[in-house]
Design a protein around this ligand. Sequence first.
Ligand code: FPP
Length: 247
Amino acid sequence: MQLRQKSITKKPSSLKPQVPIHVAIIMDGNGRWAERQGLPRLAGHRAGTSNISRIIRFFANHGVSYLTLYAFSTENWARPDHEVRGLLSLLGEVIHEETQSLHKQNVRVRHVGRLDRLPQQLQRNIYDGLALTKDNTGLTLCIAFDYGGRDEILEAIKEMLRNGISPEHVTESVFHNYLYTRGVPDPDLIIRTAGELRLSNFLLWQSAYSEYYCTSTLWPDFDSNEVRQALDAYKNRRRRFGRVLED
Ligand code: FPP
């Protein structure tokens, strides 16, 4: 089955948006989900991982073109060793088990963040998955793994300096091309599950005019109904992008 994708429209000039082009999700609450079931934290991450493929389908079927999932932040390295190892191993499993299926669904997979700190074999598997799906024309799925907004901005600045870009040539669009998300439109809607109200170093530059949607639902329980509610809430927002517009 190929995932349906609506054509990419321009940034809406009317106040009332319809379907977001790009949805980004902070998948929070796996630990609490596990705790509530009396299970170890990793069982929560496993349940959260299982949720990912159906959520991809729901958003694609609603006409969303880009989906970014925050799977591991630059700060998450500070978690206990066994949890970090568990998350790395889950990523390996997902690549092994899901890449072919995503490819069949015409999904293009992107990685956003650093690759250099991941185990070599995992890096190779990621590169293979990216290469396999790079020409797909359906939903673009960005996996933010070892991603941090501050790290991204610093890396972009370092690379611009290495390339000898002079200050007068530093524009928003040049800067965009140095980000891990180069070529990906800014997120229209950022969803955070599990009730916290913070950005946690996610897409700091890109979220300047994103709409936020927070739900107390824990990530493993975030389902099609929740997707519909988030998209309905988005439809009722008034997006002004700093301007004054008539309704
Ligand atoms: C936050 O829950 C979630 C994460 C740190 C990682 C999200 C990861 C997954 C959904 C699985 C891994 C994904 C891939 C693609 C392999 P938390 O642990 O902070 O939950 P808590 O706040 O309830 O403790």
